[in-house]
Design a binder for this molecule. Structure first.
Ligand code: PMP
Length: 451
């Protein structure tokens, strides 16, 4: 039966990334509260949230310290802008804290309300940088197929999602996409190593095609998240670094998912030993408790903007919002003081990855992969040919539905099932996750008569 909330929702609410008509027919599930790694619905169901919301609730649900800090900040100063020669403690302290954790050549932060706004900021800041360097022809961005960089016009254009580009004539001009390092899909007869180098070299081919004088920046996620937890072969990033060292092009590493401990390092740029000029961040910055994002800016770009820049005509009403900033700062302090990132690195991530690999033996799993606290697996009918189970990636949705019915939130990305649990997950909760994931795989296999 449709509840009162569902009826209101159906009548008045348009959901993001959803088919509203379908949602009206099936009714959205009402989530009422959450604690630790679990969310609860109005029917009393308890679900292990192996996606940490949308890759964001790094610290887990229900942390009273974050509520307290928000309450205190709301009473003292619920809002003030940072446009007109003013600042406030939450924004200044948060920027300093982020700089202390970021790679040592990155010491400044520009705040936004989201990851998409962070990438819009990147787009404008990079072009401003090259203008100030008297190289105004350097305007083109190179991104990758199947990348995700947000849902605004710039974010969706920087992203490489065909299904997003189809709606509204995207990408906008000045953005091109090169090969993604998706070995399982595109590796063919190559070794992982050789394929990683080949995928990276598509960047160099594009730089040469466009001309170095026209290329502003290369943007990439350290591992692709929404694309399906695509972990590049170990040869990929070293080859990208080798190519970028030859050309005067900025490197933007989108750390919206990978930042704040997900890899077991504070940033994936540290995990992969990258030296980004700009790092968009969001999500784990506040563990999703309040919306906040930003761009961490390397010294090279910051010095140019500041020394030569004058006004940068860009910003948001909620840039550095005091309540969101205070909550983000406390969130980082808790991740730090409770040793959560080190525990991910030394204990939980190795355990999660060891257990996740066990799923590779399942009859409908073609590959498992992962690093830190993210993992993915490929659903297949045939392990050798990689033939998919059903047309149009239907099996992913079926597996997700079985998983939800068993009390586990796993997300399908086409034929890839992915997880990105809260960083505070315990080993016992990982065991529960695995048991439920296995059950969902068994039920999917039986549904298609493959077991
Ligand atoms: N970049 C990456 C890598 C992301 O995964 C996302 C969101 N999933 C974004 C940017 C956009 O962030 P937001 O949804 O906060 O705008």
């Amino acid at each position: 039966m449709t509840s009162k909330i569902q009826a209101l929702d159906n009548k008045h609410h348009i959901h993001p990334f959803s088919d509203s008509k379908e949602l009206h027919e099936i009714n959205p599930r009402e989530i009422t509260h959450a604690e630790g790694v679990y969310i609860y619905d109005d029917k009393g169901n308890k679900l292990l949230d192996a996606m940490a919301g949308l890759w964001c609730v790094n610290i887990g649900y229900g942390r009273q310290e974050l509520v307290d800090v928000a309450t205190k900040q709301m009473s003292a100063l619920p809002y003030y802008n940072l446009f007109f020669k003013t600042t406030h403690a939450p924004a200044a302290k948060l920027a300093a804290k982020i700089a202390s954790l970021a790679p040592s050549h990155m010491n400044k932060v520009f705040f936004t309300g989201s990851g998409s706004e962070a990438n819009d900021t990147v787009f404008r800041m990079v072009r401003r940088y090259w203008d100030l360097k008297d190289k105004p022809t350097k305007k083109q961005f190179i991104s990758r197929e199947n990348a995700y960089h947000g849902s605004t016009v710039v974010g969706a254009s920087l992203g490489g999602m065909g299904y997003m580009h189809e709606q509204g004539d995207l990408p906008i001009a000045g953005i091109s996409h090169v090969e993604q390092p998706y070995f399982f899909k595109d590796g063919g007869d190559l070794t992982q190593e050789a394929f990683g180098i080949k995928a990276a070299q598509s960047l160099e081919a594009k730089i040469l095609e466009l001309g170095e004088d026209n290329v502003a920046a290369f943007i990439a996620e350290p591992f692709q998240g929404a694309g399906g937890v695509i972990i590049p072969p170990t040869s990929y990033w070293p080859e990208i670094k080798r190519i970028l060292a030859k050309y005067d092009i900025l490197l933007v590493v989108d750390e919206v998912i990978s930042g704040f401990g997900r890899t077991g390092e504070w940033f994936a740029s540290q995990y992969y030993d990258l030296e980004p000029d700009l790092m968009p961040i969001a999500k784990g910055l506040s563990s999703g408790y309040l919306p906040i994002g930003g761009v961490i800016v390397g010294d090279k770009v910051a010095e140019t903007l500041i020394d030569k820049g004058g006004d940068f005509n860009h910003g948001f009403t909620y840039s550095g919002h005091p309540v969101a900033a205070a909550v983000a700062l406390k969130n980082i302090e808790l991740l730090e003081s409770e040793g959560i990132v080190e525990r991910v690195k030394n204990e939980t991530a190795p355990y999660l990855q060891k257990r996740w690999k066990e799923l590779a033996a399942h009859p409908i799993v073609g590959e498992t992969r992962g690093l830190g606290m993210v993992a993915g697996l490929e659903l297949v009918r045939d392990k050798d040919t990689h033939e998919r189970i059903a047309p149009n990636s239907k099996a992913g949705g079926i597996c997700r539905d079985f998983s939800m019915a068993n009390g586990l939130i796993m997300r399908p990305c086409g034929d890839t099932m992915i997880i990105s649990p809260p960083l505070v997950i315990t080993k016992a909760e990982v065991d529960e996750l695995m048991e439920k994931a296995l059950k969902a795989l068994d039920e999917t296999a039986k549904h298609y008569n493959l077991m």
